[in-house]
Design a protein around this ligand. Structure first.
Ligand code: HEC
Ligand code: HEC
Ligand code: HEC
Ligand code: HEC
Length: 216
């Protein structure tokens, strides 16, 4: 076949296919079928009618409701996540008596807990834990605080982060920004005994320094 004949044939086929496609997408003249675009355009635009909710992301979560800085939201349950809770399973007699057991056991019961937070003049175990009721925490004035609400302890010394957290600028939400709001609590991210994260440097810093030194 001559090349010009086949070229014309190809052009005709492309044109036919094109018009068929555009008919399908833009407007179908045959039958009552409406195009996708027409269907969308025919709907009234009512942004408030769009149901916005985080419920479907949250159904399986174990949460507790709180009020912080006048805001109502939920946080994740902690008590069920703490390995050695309930503490009273062992702390059912005075701490002094438990400590007397130590020589027999050889190892500290909480050998894995080392306080690397504030210095010893500012903080010890009793700053947060209640010797006479280990199942609960307490504030400086002795107000009882459950393990679920441990953010109340942190707020005593870290007001700025606490306010930012209550407002949504520090920390993260679970699910989404739509209500109902569920937030991660301080101890979901920070270990209360050693709260700071190790510093990370950009990986290029070393190669750069090598380059800079080489120039000198
Ligand atoms: C398996 C038993 C056991 C469980 C569970 C347990 N403890 Fe203890 N804890 C001990 C013993 C025993 C001591 C006495 C000190 C030691 O042996 O190191 C102790 C000591 C402590 C101390 C004092 C540490 C010191 O150096 O003065 C604190 C604070 C403490 N426990 C908090 C808790 C909290 C909070 C929980 C629950 C979240 C808990 N413990 C659960 C056994 C336990
Ligand atoms: C700044 C407050 C604070 C101080 C100080 C503190 N704790 Fe805690 N501790 C907490 C909070 C809050 C939790 C619960 C953490 C969570 O939500 O996972 C906790 C949890 C624990 C647990 C349970 C851990 C687990 O995973 O089973 C033990 C045991 C414990 N603390 C012992 C101690 C001991 C011993 C000291 C002193 C060396 C101490 N804590 C000092 C706030 C504190
Ligand atoms: C008694 C006061 C006090 C309490 C209660 C307290 N902190 Fe601290 N926290 C301090 C001090 C003091 C420092 C060390 C100085 C600093 O870096 O700001 C510190 C340091 C930190 C740091 C590291 C800051 C950094 O620059 O790396 C974090 C994160 C932190 N705390 C989180 C918490 C959390 C979470 C709680 C509650 C479980 C809590 N703190 C409870 C006093 C407190
Ligand atoms: C979703 C995780 C998350 C939650 C929830 C969270 N934080 Fe943090 N926090 C961080 C990260 C990440 C940093 C930055 C650490 C860094 O730069 O080294 C930080 C930093 C901090 C610092 C150090 C601030 C500074 O300028 O260096 C403090 C203090 C602190 N958080 C306290 C809190 C307290 C109190 C709460 C609860 C009211 C809380 N955080 C909740 C992740 C979290």
């Amino acid at each position: 076949m001559k090349t010009w004949v086949s070229s014309i044939l190809i052009i005709v086929v492309v044109l036919l296919a094109g018009s068929l496609l555009s008919n399908l997408i833009m407007n179908n003249h045959h039958g009552n079928h409406k195009s996708v675009f027409k269907t969308i355009e025919s709907k009234p635009y009512e942004p408030d009618s769009i149901p916005m909710s985080s419920v479907k992301h949250l159904a399986y979560l174990d949460t507790v409701s709180v009020t912080a800085e006048g805001r109502h939201f939920a946080i994740l349950n902690r008590e069920n996540e703490i390995t050695s809770f309930k503490c009273s399973e062992c702390h059912n007699e005075p701490l002094e008596e438990l400590k007397a057991l130590k020589p027999k056991m050889g190892k500290k019961s909480h050998w894995n807990i080392e306080l690397q937070h504030a210095n010893a003049e500012t903080m010890n175990c009793n700053t947060c834990h209640s010797e006479n009721n280990m199942d609960e925490l307490h504030t400086f004035t002795g107000a009882r605080v459950s393990f679920n609400n441990s953010y109340k302890l942190c707020s005593q010394c870290h007001q700025q982060e606490y306010k930012d957290w209550a407002g949504g600028a520090h920390g993260k939400r679970v699910g989404g920004w739509a209500k109902p709001v569920v937030k991660r609590t301080c101890t979901n991210c920070h270990n209360p005994h050693s709260p700071s994260f190790p510093h990370k440097y950009p990986s290029r810093i070393n190669t750069r320094m090598v380059e800079q030194r080489a120039k000198k």
